[in-house]
Design a protein around this ligand. Structure first.
Ligand code: PLP
Length: 385
């Protein structure tokens, strides 16, 4: 592979080789760790290295940002200290008084942040029904919204928003579109190609994939109107990622495709097995024909339907918690998108005001053998029957 990525290569190839770059002078296959916070000026006061200070633009980010831009079909990517910092930067780039539409069902901490902070900063916040384009269209007609925030599939029910149709509606109304694609991942879909202006990731999840880095990312095309301001929000707000975390993230991303493909294939098998079990009242998974938006999922996803599913247990909260406690392979922990499988009683994590049913377990499928995962869940469900 040449130094510059080439469109003739598949994303799997570009990702495995992190764009195929090698570093001078030793021809390192793995990039060196750039720790310097500052860079020397020449006698004439210029910066021959092209860098001034690492809060503005750290060389530790270059390769990971270039790879992410390539994977999401964007022109530019920015790493952040967390997914929340990346999401917050988009809202902080707006002006006071501007109207923002967010889905009713979305990542809980971001919803909480929007209600706590964005409203205080006088963003005019309104919520739409994730799966209801008519509701979205009606809300886009009120108050000239500047930003439509989409999360698809959305935590923790895996409701979908039709990114292409919603983006078209938003653009007609003069709003820009940002998509939280943490769970979709560029393996399953590229939101910019579907019409979004900005893609956001909690890189803590699938992109890094090993539960050992908290990081976030945004990707956009050159012409995204909010982009210059978002760049300023990062450089001056300072929610920057450490160089070692950026290095680990690039290392994690190299295996993105096989990890996500394996997790998705196992999630499909587990979802089918759980749907047949009498102790289960409902399985939410975009890959199941019983998902109310399965037809949309088939258009919006490629390479499977993701590694996340939720399951509702007959017998309510106590039964759901008992199942979680009986699981041996699935660890009871928050977060998602890592190589190890996790299970979480989501309502108790979200706390008061949650929309999450109290009999729901959120499941993040890892890359263990699918037979082991299915057997583990079946023995836990059998034990409460
Ligand atoms: C985890 C997560 C976030 C927040 O990311 P952090 O890296 O934890 O700050 C945002 N959106 C979704 C969908 C997530 O799963």
């Amino acid at each position: 592979m040449s130094k510059d990525s080439s469109p003739v290569f598949h994303p799997e190839t570009l990702t495995a080789q992190a764009l195929g770059r090698v570093a001078e002078p030793y021809r390192d296959i793995v990039p060196p760790l750039h720790l310097s916070t500052t860079f020397e000026r020449a006698d004439d006061g210029s910066y021959p290295g092209g860098r001034v200070y690492s809060r503005d633009a750290s060389p530790a980010y270059d390769q990971a940002e270039a790879l992410l831009a390539e994977l999401e079909a964007g022109d530019s990517a920015l790493l952040f200290s967390s997914g929340m910092a990346a999401a917050a930067a988009v809202f902080q780039a707006l002006e006071p008084g501007q109207r923002v539409l967010a889905p009713r069902n979305m990542y809980w901490a971001l919803r909480k942040w929007l209600i706590l902070f964005a409203e205080q900063w006088q963003l005019d916040l309104a919520f739409y029904e994730n799966a209801d384009l008519a509701d979205l269209e009606a809300k886009l007609a009120i108050g000239a919204p500047k930003l439509l925030w989409i999360e698809s599939p959305a935590n923790p029910t895996w409701e979908l928003t039709d990114i292409a149709a919603a983006s078209a509606l938003a653009h007609r109304a003069g709003a820009q579109v940002a998509v939280d694609a943490t769970v979709l991942t560029p393996v399953h879909g590229q939101a910019l190609k579907m019409g979004a202006d900005i893609v956001m990731h909690s890189a803590t999840k699938y992109l890094n994939g090993h539960s050992d880095v908290v990081a976030g990312a945004l990707v956009a095309r050159k012409d995204a109107p909010l982009w210059p301001r978002i760049r300023t929000v990062r450089a001056l707000g300072g929610a920057v990622l450490g160089p070692f975390e950026a290095w680990l993230l690039l290392r994690g991303m190299r295996t993105l495709f096989p990890r996500v493909r394996t997790a998705s294939a196992s999630a499909m098998k587990l979802a089918e097995a759980l749907e047949r079990h009498p102790a289960v009242s409902q399985v939410s998974y975009p890959g199941l024909p019983s998902h109310p938006q399965h037809a949309l999922a088939q258009r919006q996803f490629s390479n499977g339907f993701g590694g996340m599913l939720s399951v509702r247990i007959r017998g309510g909260e106590s039964a759901a918690r008992a199942v979680a406690a009986k699981l041996r392979i699935f660890k009871q922990a928050t977060s998602l998108g890592s190589v190890e499988s996790l299970v979480e009683h989501r309502a108790s994590v979200e706390g008061p005001g949650t929309f999450c049913p109290d009999d729901l377990l959120r499941v993040s499928v890892g890359i263990e053998h699918s037979d082991d995962l299915i057997a583990d869940f079946v023995q836990a469900l059998d034990s409460i029957a």
